[in-house]
Design a protein around this ligand. Structure first.
Ligand code: SF4
Ligand code: SF4
Length: 384
């Protein structure tokens, strides 16, 4: 049955064949479809040639410093919380060649690397990651100097969001106001249901392009009962988050705790490895690397992700400004939760939990924020 006459908000219900068709339709329209799949013991994001590559029947167990795949008996495709990668891997890649230079007859010939980017369709963008894309849109394209690489990749991208019904043990989007229901910014949004009535997806359009694609999928009108069940499943997920951020003004908390002893405590555990920045879907800092071959006739400039935990990151004449692990961890956390508001008008944290999972010594951003909050409350109690 065609779904083209349905109001986009009511959408349609599709089955696994509809998901198969969705990937086919997007590929036929010229998109490089990227979505979750199982590889090397994790659910990673990579190009999908068909929906059969989705991680049907796989869930994940997430804890601080731990990530494990777990088989599921229900065959769900999207019942797995954030994996090690985010969509910034594709929109703001870790390495981008900016130009090459050749010495020809004694002259340097410089060529900008302006290979056109793929047109991406991202399948399975979680609510927290949808917000993270919006955060990077603001950082990388809304200022006076938009980033051409990001803008080129982002402008043609088609986003298929998936509302979260299965939060992980390290998730806390509900307390950051970034999920589990999807906010704006998607072209299509799906809610997956697996129950006695079968395995199906409630799918709605969020843009003219999305509604256009929806009209090509084999589906049925979504009944009110199905829509209610989907809304309930997402609401239930909000109550099953493994973590929560303290319910306080985090921007103010960060400003008021710059001298808290907790920074020494966390610095004694932090390895300053930078994993937390690599996996974070909103971290955006880069540096440049110039390389030449052994002949000296060929050179390249690369832009690569940079890490505020590196000593070089704050190096000025005379040495690094943030020489101690204490100052570097404090910079990262106070930027994420505090000064990001001053710069970009929002939090730099969307509650995905990746930094908690992939920290080798299990440092937990929610635990650190809670410890700082407790310190301010004890200070207030002592003063009264
Ligand atoms: S908080 Fe954890 S992941 Fe981040 S730099 Fe420190 S040790 Fe590495
Ligand atoms: S700071 Fe941690 S929880 Fe917050 S968005 Fe970044 S990786 Fe996710």
């Amino acid at each position: 049955m065609s779904t083209s006459t349905l109001p986009p908000a009511e959408g349609a219900v599709i089955g696994r064949d509809g998901l198969t068709a969705l990937v086919e339709v997007l590929r036929a329209r010229g998109y490089t479809v990227v979505g979750p799949t199982v590889q090397d013991g994790a659910i990673v994001l990579r190009e999908l040639e068909s929906a059969a590559q989705l991680p049907y029947g796989w869930g994940v167990d997430l804890e601080a410093g731990q990530y494990r795949l777990r088989p599921r008996t229900d065959g769900a495709a999207f019942a797995n919380a954030a994996g090690p990668q985010s969509w910034k891997t594709f929109l703001h890649p870790a390495r981008v060649r900016q130009w090459t230079a050749e010495r020809v007859d004694g002259e340097l010939v410089i060529e900008a690397d302006d290979t056109p980017p793929p047109r991406f369709a991202f399948l399975g963008v979680r609510s927290c990651d949808l917000r993270a894309v919006a955060v990077q849109d603001r950082v990388l394209t809304a200022g006076p100097h938009p980033d051409p690489t990001y803008r080129g990749r982002r402008s043609g991208a088609f986003l298929v969001a998936v509302e979260c019904t299965e939060p992980g043990g390290t998730c806390f989007c509900a307390s950051m106001g970034t999920g589990p229901a999807a906010g704006p910014g998607y072209d299509l949004v799906m809610t997956e249901l697996v129950d006695d009535a079968g395995h199906r997806f409630w799918i709605r359009g969020g843009s003219p392009q999305g509604t256009d694609v929806l009209a090509e999928l084999p589906g049925e009108p979504a009944s009110e009962a199905l829509r209610t069940a989907a809304v309930r499943a997402v609401a239930s997920a909000a109550g099953r988050m493994g973590r929560t951020m303290p319910d306080t003004d985090l921007h103010r908390l960060m400003a008021e705790t710059l001298d808290a002893p907790r920074w020494d405590d966390v610095a004694s555990r932090c390895l300053t490895c930078g994993n937390c920045t690599m996996v974070c879907p909103t971290c955006f800092c880069t540096t440049t690397e110039d390389v030449t071959d052994l002949t000296g006739n060929h050179a390249e400039r690369w832009r690569v992700w940079d890490v505020c935990f590196d000593l070089d990151f704050s190096y000025l004449p005379g040495g690094p400004v943030r020489a101690s692990p204490r100052s570097r961890y404090r910079q990262w956390l106070t930027h994420k939760l505090g000064t990001w508001y001053d710069q970009f008008g929002s939090s730099g944290c969307v509650g995905c939990g990746r930094c908690v999972v992939w920290c080798p010594v299990a440092i937990d951003i929610t635990e650190e924020a809670a410890a700082l909050y407790d310190w301010t409350r004890r200070a207030e109690d002592g003063a009264s």
